[in-house]
Design a protein around this ligand. Sequence first.
Ligand code: PLP
Length: 393
Amino acid sequence: MVRLIQFYSPRGLKLSRAENQYVWDINGKRYLDCHAQYGSLFLGHKNMKIINAIKEQLDKIYGVYPAFDTDVKEKALESLSKILPKRLEYVYFLNGGGEAVELSLKITRKLTGRKRFISFINAFHGRTMGALSVTWNPRYREGYDPFPWDVKFLPYNKVEEVEREVDDNTAGVIVEVIQGEGGLNEASIEFLKAIRESCDKTGAQMIVDEVQTGFGRTGYIWAYQYAGIEPDILVAGKSLGGGFPVSLTAVKTELGEKLAEGDHGSTFGGNPLALTALTASINVLLEDNVVEKTVQKGSIFKKRLEEIKYEYKDVVREVKGRGLMIGVETRFDPTEILKRLQDNGVISLKAGRLVVRFLPPYLITSEDIELVVEAFRRILNQIREEQKYKPLA
Ligand SMILES: Cc1ncc(COP(=O)(O)O)c(C=O)c1O
């Protein structure tokens, strides 16, 4: 019997169906899905607009190598023009976030002729070798060196370090606007502006990885918009295809024009089903006012979690994040909280060592938010009573 390699610790739950913001296990128990496949189901499970579009495309043509033209590809590019800044005129489609990061690094390395990258402490950009080279967590890097180029990890949000370290030898600076896997740390406006300015001064490329933050999740189509800057290269994935695997690397005109046949490629990247999912997802994003709804719901969710913070100061350190990418930083390992939330019908995920993270679909309701908040409160009371935690110093 073939067995799956256990790269993830099992949640002890067998799921059988899903709809909107909910999933059900094989016994018929319903859960609010604030994991949503690492946030990629931001537009909801079984979003019928996306499903119907994919079904229709399945009956037409679903496998085309990228060298052939299709209506689907034209439509996807046209739809993307509505959500990408004019500056990022060229895109290439891939399947997952790591692959798209990989391409962003390859382009930067090749077109600058430089070999040094700047990334940040707690950054996560994926598991392929290039993406891993700019991923900070020593647990993920251990045993896989040497990496393809020289990477320096700077402290996040330290403007002086950026100004000092980005120089004429720097190929690119890769940054998440909110560090997702690294603990929901939010970049300050000054920090993002300092990266932008240092890149402009030195000819280094600013790569913004919006695989987790992008496509409406933070209450902006792209999270970098809150800083009023634009990147040279944007990387997106996860929710772009409504849960269907599709990612992209978008590059500014000057870079895109220099790329040529053979510089990169992919068998499945940009296949007709993925691009259909992308176009349908962009339609949902714009037509259903997803960004506005995310701002509203996110602010209610955050406010309610902040109330918990004041009631449980001995346990909760901070409420973090923006839009519907939010979490609660605890003063101890929150694994037990995650487990009990799941028992209480709420699926969440960890960020960094200490944060209980919520990445729900934008369809989450006020009742759902109350469910989470009440479950959280109940669990904190139980844990307090059982003295199940040791507060960190
Ligand atoms: C910011 C960021 N970049 C890249 C990735 C890698 O994406 P994927 O798992 O689709 O390869 C992730 C995944 O969590 C991510 O959060």
